[in-house]
Write a protein that binds this ligand. Structure first.
Ligand SMILES: *Cc1c(COP(=O)(O)O)cnc(C)c1O
Length: 365
């Protein structure tokens, strides 16, 4: 047994990031790829993600702090600012920094009022076609477009929208959003208003509607090797999970029938068994709401979680399997998909990868 191994650690497979990007390009060969690395690269580490995804056409982040980080690391690639607020001073520097802001409300336009004529800032306009989140209503769009177009400091104007149900391609709402977007593009053509780039798809969109790839796709989660749709596991999509949350067995005990396991005594053994205790809990980002039966991989075998998740410990029922103290545990990763753990915890993989806490040692492999 290795005493030096950290009790709970993240193995991050940087090669998988590059492989997953290639896979995205196979799915939408005619689209450029804006790699979404917001939220610390979905919890994988933004620097790792940015470096491993160096072949992307552009990065996308959500705040000025992320832009500062990228610059500090010497990243030269253009960056789209998906949902940040920025002031006139920020805006004046965007062109030289290769930053394309997404303009999604009237407050943003105030920053443009003081823009110098030679600023040459390229922008995205965001239209809400049914997501009900950020963006202008379709009937506001062309007024905003003309406002920006008449601004000498504005360079190209591009258009994006966001799908609310791309992970459920059969839902009617998807075609409604596509129809609404198509209507906007037709109207723009009639009015002779040109958009430089068009973008609609996140990861689920790339998988479900590759025919709508247009100029730019905006994948996030699939680059990290996680399936964006419930009915297609990531390996079926040719994606490799980047994040492997691992730990070790810290104790194994024989427990008689009738024993209850953990806080609240929510699980009772109906037969004698062996319980293995794993050094990982909600203090590491393992979901406290994971149900009995949540898959845990110990020594290469999938075994069920039993009892409540503690801060530093979970329990699994290993029966008579050959499992002992020091064995490696994969809480989620390449062999134990995070999608399955998330489903058993009533959440989505995004929340789990983003939620691994800072005490967990990161190891890049
Ligand atoms: C986060 C985000 C994406 C990426 O979404 P995934 O589901 O991770 O692919 C794309 N576009 C916008 C506007 C986003 O906010």
């Amino acid at each position: 047994m290795k005493q030096t191994q950290p009790r709970c650690f993240l193995e991050l497979n940087s090669r998988a990031l590059a492989d997953n990007l290639r896979r995205v390009r196979e799915m939408v060969p005619n689209s450029k790829v804006m790699a979404v690395i917001k939220a610390n690269g979905y919890g994988h580490g933004m620097q790792l993600a940015a470096e491993a995804l160096a072949a992307a056409d552009e990065y996308a982040v959500t705040c000025m702090e992320d832009v500062e980080r990228l610059k500090k690391w010497g990243m030269q690639k253009p960056v789209t600012l998906l949902s940040a607020r920025f002031d006139a001073q920020d805006l004046g520097n965007f062109a030289t920094q290769g930053i394309r802001p997404v303009v999604y409300d009237y407050e943003h336009l105030e920053a443009f009022a003081e823009l110098k004529a030679d600023a040459n800032v390229n922008v995205w306009l965001k239209v809400d076609t049914g997501m009900g989140r950020l963006g202008f209503h379709a009937d506001e769009l062309f007024t905003v477009y003309r406002n920006l177009r008449s601004n000498q400091g504005v360079g190209s104007i591009s258009l994006m929208t966001h799908l609310a149900n791309a992970d459920q391609p059969e839902r009617k709402k998807n075609s409604e959003q596509f129809d609404a977007f198509q209507g906007i593009l037709s109207r723009a053509r009639e009015l002779e208003l040109e958009f430089e780039d068009i973008s609609l798809l996140n990861s689920a969109g790339v998988v479900s509607f590759p025919e709508h790839g247009r100029d730019y796709v905006r994948p996030g989660m699939m680059l990290y090797g996680v399936s964006p749709t419930a009915d297609q596991p990531s390996h079926q999509l040719g994606l490799t999970p980047v994040m492997n949350l691992k730990s070790t067995v810290i104790s194994v005990r024989r427990m008689p029938a009738g024993s209850t396991i953990g806080y609240g005594s929510t699980y009772t053994l109906d037969a004698d068994s062996r319980i293995a205790y794993v050094g990982c809990g909600y203090g590491d980002g393992y979901p406290r709401h994971a149900q009995n039966g949540t898959p845990v991989m110990v020594n290469g075998l999938i075994v069920p979680l039993v009892g409540r998740v503690s801060m530093d410990i979970i329990a699994v029922d290993v029966g008579e399997l050959a499992i002992c103290v020091g064995d490696t545990v994969e809480l989620w990763g390449e062999n134990n998909p995070v999608e399955n753990v998330a489903a058993a915890a009533g959440t989505i993989a995004y929340e789990l990868t983003c939620g691994v806490t800072s005490r967990v040692t990161r190891v890049i492999v």
